[in-house]
Design a protein around this ligand. Structure first.
Ligand SMILES: Nc1nc2c(ncn2[C@@H]2O[C@H](COP(=O)(O)OP(=O)(O)OP(=O)(O)O)[C@@H](O)[C@H]2O)c(=O)[nH]1
Ligand SMILES: [Mg+2]
Length: 260
């Protein structure tokens, strides 16, 4: 018998949420992968929904707004005063995706150089990496490549999902924003990351972004689980075939210009 309270009503995901821009999205299907949908309907999601907790790490320069982003989503709060994260912090968020319970552990890491080596010891075993920059600070966007490279030292580039997130959109004029967006989309494509722009002050796109992270992480976890089950059944490794050229095919990662 479960001792956990029911999942909050505003954490229930019935449909695949839309991407921010089709130009830099992990995939643009408006629905879950058909194999995932049928696995959920038939309650064949294996460890996903029972024991599995997916780890998401959030990295990026100091003061770009990583903590505020997580706090806006998890606690619906915003603090205008900067308090540096020391080492790491984490929040748990419980979702229900197509009727299946799904938990995310959101690891908020320190951007300050002096705490970086403590923070990097928590990078391992991530299902998704969220690389954050400030849309008003070009240098923080340029540094995202280095953050990704560091995070990938501890993770498998062929299976981890990547998100590039621009914060503090409220501080940017439309014309300033559209300039940096061009570069950000280009870098996101290079990294094979999905691009988002948000404001933790106003809340713009914050919930949509985390719903997308939860949905895509759920989808890839269920696909991996099905792949394992199939491999066990026939005693060999089987790939799940899909016509989409999407993030689930490791071959795609080989094309990355980044971190080689
Ligand atoms: N206007 C505005 N300010 C923001 C936003 N997000 C964060 N800030 C401010 O930016 C500063 C830094 O935010 P944090 O979330 O603490 O930054 P961080 O990336 O966690 O920093 P470290 O923990 O040192 O790595 C704070 O003063 C926040 O109030 C936003 O969306 N809009
Ligand atoms: Mg912080």
């Amino acid at each position: 018998m479960s001792v956990l309270p029911p999942v909050r009503k505003d954490r229930i995901i019935a449909q695949q949420p839309l991407c921010f821009t089709k130009e830099a999205a992990l995939h643009c299907r408006g629905s879950f992968h058909p194999k995932v949908t049928s696995a959920c309907q038939q309650q064949r999601t294996g460890t996903v929904g029972r024991f599995k907790i997916s780890k998401i790490i959030v990295v990026g320069d100091l003061s770009v707004g990583k903590t505020c982003l997580i706090n806006r989503f998890c606690k619906d709060t915003f603090d205008k005063n900067y308090k540096a994260t020391i080492g790491v912090d984490f929040e748990m968020e419980r979702f229900e995706v197509m009727g299946v319970p799904f938990s995310l552990q959101l690891w908020d890491t320190a951007g300050q150089e002096r705490f970086k080596c403590i923070a990097s010891t928590y990078y391992r075993g991530a299902q998704a990496i969220v690389i954050v920059f400030d849309v008003n600070d070009v240098a923080s966007l340029e540094h995202t490549r280095q953050w990704l490279q560091d995070a990938l030292k501890e993770n498998d580039a062929s299976s981890v999902l990547l998100f590039l997130v621009g914060t503090k959109k409220d501080l940017s004029s439309l014309s300033q924003y559209s300039l940096i967006e061009k570069d950000a989309v280009r870098i996101a494509k290079e990294m094979q990351a999905e691009y988002w722009a948000v404001s933790s002050l106003t809340g713009e796109n914050v919930k949509d972004f985390f719903f997308r992270v939860a949905s895509l992480t759920f989808e890839s976890s269920v696909l991996a689980e099905l792949e394992k089950t199939n491999a066990r059944k026939i005693g060999d490794v089987v790939r799940i075939h899909s016509n989409d050229s999407n993030l689930y095919l490791p071959a795609k990662k080989n094309k990355s210009k980044c971190c080689q």
